[in-house]
Design a protein around this ligand. Structure first.
Ligand code: NAP
Ligand code: ZN
Ligand code: ZN
Length: 392
């Protein structure tokens, strides 16, 4: 289903209007038929949503489909707060992925399985389970077959703000008490780690783990991580777990001690030109996790010959590239998006084995709007996680 064919969103909102979308008459009839048969097989769940790009998030009631044979119904215990949630809620990606309102964000989900369909094999009622940024994909294109669903030819079904094949309208994310997801997109979680600290692994974790693995970051390599937020702190943890010599670049001098504690061997305050200069042409690999517009050329200059700068951050405004930084040392500029389901499970298993979790600040869902304001000030240590028990 394309975004243009979005159906009518049946959202039972307190304070958020019911959304209506344009579509042809014929499609409307078909979708309404589908929606009314689905309506019987759905249930309501409490959630938090934004009603517009400028509205605060507020309580709503949404519909979730009743689990089918291959579905898993999860009672959400914790959901991490990714900067992408904020970009999306405020429609900052309107050129690439415009936001449909009401928007229920959240794609770092850990919860307890309360129902598993009759065909579900890998997980059962009572198990801990996790859901990340995707809830489905075409499963047939070359990328999906390779386990790289994040690069699906027709785009994966993202956990929120993407056409919902089952109920119509758009998908709703993890700022909610419940979610229903096809088994193929549900991850298994160890019960040996703090589940609140596991939640951010589902986006911040996999998004940093995947490029570090893809570019074979290993012992003896000099690796930079730019920005100590949700992604950045996981990047530091993974790069140091892989044995690299890690340098953190931060714009916040107050984060120096934490950077070292989290595994960086050195911390550079990026606004200090002399400190930056000391590292010129010395890095094998740099991960840039900054959420706002900044000068990426300064980091290209720090790569040695054939080094790679991989962009993970997705600021609203386009970046400017000085090509000479690339030409003179055959440097590479790359990007990377989350990770596939198989690799996400591998990352979760790696974390279980090594005892790796995110550093979190647990919040009540009523604090979500303040948490967004703090994200904008880089005041995050180092991931906000919503305790869903606070939903009332
Ligand atoms: P976050 O927790 O808010 O961290 C971002 C960090 O960037 C801040 O803590 C800050 O670190 C640094 N920063 C912010 N503004 C800056 C500025 N003006 N100049 C220099 N540094 C600045 O965000 P996040 O959740 O880690 O997400 C980071 C970005 O990655 C977002 O744009 C998000 O949408 C994107 N993302 C991409 C993917 C993907 O698949 N590629 C997945 C998830 C998220 P310091 O205080 O240390 O400087
Ligand atoms: Zn995310
Ligand atoms: Zn595909």
């Amino acid at each position: 289903m394309s975004k243009g064919s979005l159906g009518r969103v049946a959202l039972l909102a307190d304070g958020v209007r019911e959304g209506t979308r344009d579509m042809s008459k014929a499609t409307t009839e078909a979708t309404e038929k589908e929606a009314s048969s689905q309506a019987v097989r759905s249930f309501t769940a409490r959630a938090y949503a934004a009603g517009s790009a400028t509205a605060a998030l507020a309580p709503v009631t949404i519909r979730r489909r009743a689990p089918g044979p291959r579905d898993v119904q999860i009672e959400i215990l914790y959901c991490g707060v990714c900067h992408s949630d904020l970009h999306q809620v405020r429609n900052e990606w309107q050129n690439a992925m415009p936001t449909e309102y009401p928007c229920v964000p959240g794609h770092e989900i850990v919860g307890r399985v309360v129902k598993a369909g009759s065909a579900v094999k890998t997980i059962k009622e009572g198990d801990l389970a996790a859901v990340g940024c995707m809830v489905d994909s075409c499963r047939t294109c070359a990328h999906c077959r390779e386990g790289l669903e994040q690069y699906c030819e027709t785009l994966p079904t993202f956990t929120y703000n993407f056409p919902d094949k089952h109920l119509g309208g758009v998908t709703y994310g993890g700022y909610s008490e419940s979610i229903v997801v096809d088994e193929a997109f549900v991850l298994r979680v160890t019960d040996k780690l703090n589940p609140a600290g596991v939640a951010p692994l589902l986006c911040a974790g996999i998004t940093t783990y995947s490029p570090l693995r893809h570019w074979n970051v290993d012992k003896g390599q000099k690796v930079g991580v730019v920005g100590l937020g949700g992604l950045g702190h996981m990047g530091v943890k993974f790069a140091s777990a892989f044995g690299a010599d890690v340098v953190l670049f931060t714009s916040s001098p107050t984060k120096i001690a934490d950077g070292l504690r989290l595994g960086a061997h050195e911390v550079v305050v990026s606004r200090n030109e002399a400190e930056m200069q000391k590292h010129a042409a010395s890095f094998d690999f740099i991960l840039d996790t900054v959420s706002a517009q900044h000068d990426m050329n300064a980091y290209l200059e720090l790569l040695k010959r054939d080094g790679t700068l991989t962009l993970l951050g997705a600021p609203e405004k386009p970046a400017t590239l000085g090509v000479f930084s690339l030409l003179f040392k055959r440097r590479r500029l790359a990007g990377s998006a989350i990770g596939g389901i198989r690799e996400t499970q591998e990352m979760l298993d790696f974390c279980a084995e090594r005892g790796i979790t995110a550093e979190i600040e647990l919040i009540r869902i009523q604090q979500i709007n303040d948490a967004y304001e703090r994200l904008l000030k880089s005041d995050v240590k180092y991931r906000f996680v919503i305790d869903m028990a606070s939903m009332d």
